[in-house]
Ligand binder design. Structure first.
Ligand code: ADP
Ligand code: MG
Length: 398
């Protein structure tokens, strides 16, 4: 279902109106209390500045960290508001609450084209419970609701699904729209061939994605420690590799069902341990030594995954191919990122989902070489599983 976005609203609906905008400003704070990585903040700027340009009174709210249902100065949005002021030319102020009469008054006192950042939504115990009373208090802070927090859309919270049910219009911001467009297009009408590459530590978190994607893709390439659970299902020796014994049976079933559409690495980079890997060795997948673990896909696999990527028109990637945090086990992950960047240049649609995969792409400096890098780890997985995201469902249909 297509959702309305801010660009569908005529200027008359925005000028002078309070646009209550849920952003994902859940950013890492450094020890001195300033914002570390501000990627998520910059990703929300197009929506914020679009609203400012059209004379809206822009009220922003977000969660930050995991306060235990009450105010905790460690998780105050104040430093985030200060940082936002350094990113935009529009005036930014901060209000140290996110509900109540004084907050409502602050939103009404806001000038056109000015931004007000409210305090952390999770300072209310009702936020994560989607408490209707809190949702109603939030609804009093705006005339229009905008949700640009894709990363929080898979949870029905008061600031996402709750308030969206009470304020009309309720529309998607540009970042949310971009996420829905890319991920939605990939699963409903991908340009073919469509391949998915899945990796990461565990099969268990991604089984539903594998199941949902299998009937849709032309090929599913598996790397990461996930591959080892499949190896076990093929009765291969996996040594000290990370295997989920309780998922081996399921892996066997998936192999049966997927047939040739599922590809596992045929060679592996192995080491004695991560702390003390020794000299990493490349072995065929049926020769993993019993006293070693697979920490990356091998070079032949990286090359053949690269070839598959080069011939595909839509490539969806979630989960690193190896322990990319610990060189030299980052090579397989880098190879996939590089091949995807080259595919983008040739016109393929390339989509990266998952926090660690996104970090690997950023580290390789290839973020801007992908069609889309999703900002929502858990949300993008649930979307790809075909689940309804409550924060999205609550927005107006187009
Ligand atoms: P994402 O956040 O992109 O969805 P995951 O969280 O599922 O990815 O998995 C990322 C983690 O998987 C990384 O910390 C990485 O070190 C780990 N990993 C990948 N391959 C292996 C492997 N062969 N052995 C152990 N850990 C692995
Ligand atoms: Mg992760």
């Amino acid at each position: 279902m297509q959702k309305k976005s801010v660009s569908d609203l005529p200027e008359s609906v925005l000028r002078g109106r309070r646009t209550l905008t849920r952003v994902d400003f859940n950013v890492p704070l450094t020890d001195d209390g300033s914002v570390g990585d501000d990627t998520r903040m910059r990703a929300a700027l197009p929506t914020i500045e679009y609203l400012c340009q059209r004379g809206a009174r822009v009220v922003l709210f977000s969660h930050l960290g995991r306060p235990q249902g009450g105010p905790d100065p460690k998780y105050s949005m104040a430093p985030v508001a200060r940082h936002l002021a350094s990113l935009t030319k529009y005036p930014v102020s901060f209000h140290a609450e996110s509900s109540g009469d004084a907050t409502v008054a602050a939103t009404k006192a806001l000038g056109e084209g000015a931004i007000l950042v409210l305090e952390n939504t999770r300072f209310h115990a009702g936020e994560e419970k989607n408490d209707p009373a809190l949702a109603a208090q939030f609804a009093a802070l705006g005339d229009v609701y905008v949700n640009d927090a894709f990363g929080s859309a898979h949870r029905a919270h008061a600031s996402t699904a709750g308030v969206a049910a009470l304020l009309r219009p309720a529309v998607a911001g540009f970042l949310m729209q971009k996420e829905l467009d890319y991920l939605g297009q990939a699963v409903t009408q991908p340009k073919r061939p469509f391949i998915a590459i899945l990796g990461g530590a565990k099969v268990s978190g991604k089984i539903d994605v594998i199941e949902a994607l299998l009937p849709k893709v032309d090929g599913l390439l598996i790397g990461g420690a996930m591959a080892c659970t499949f190896y076990r299902a093929m009765d291969l020796e996996t040594g000290k590799s990370l295997v989920e014994p309780d998922r081996v049976e399921l892996a066997r079933e998936l192999l049966d069902r997927a047939q040739f559409r599922l590809t596992l690495p045929h060679d592996a980079v192995v080491g004695a341990s991560l702390e003390n890997p020794g000299k990493p060795r490349v072995v065929h997948r049926d020769a993993i030594p019993p006293d070693m673990a697979m920490f990356d896909i091998g070079p032949d696999t990286a090359e053949s995954f690269g070839r598959a990527i080069a011939t595909a028109k839509t490539i969806l990637w979630n989960g690193p191919m190896g322990v990319f945090e610990t060189p030299p086990f980052d090579k397989g992950t880098r190879a996939v990122a590089t091949a995807m960047a080259a595919a983008t240049k040739k016109g393929a649609v390339t989509i990266v989902g998952g926090g660690d995969s996104a970090a690997a792409v950023a580290e390789a400096g290839l973020e801007s070489e992908m069609s889309h890098v999703s900002t929502g780890g858990g949300a993008s997985l649930e979307f790809l599983e075909g689940k309804v995201l409550p924060g999205v469902a609550a927005l107006d249909d187009r």
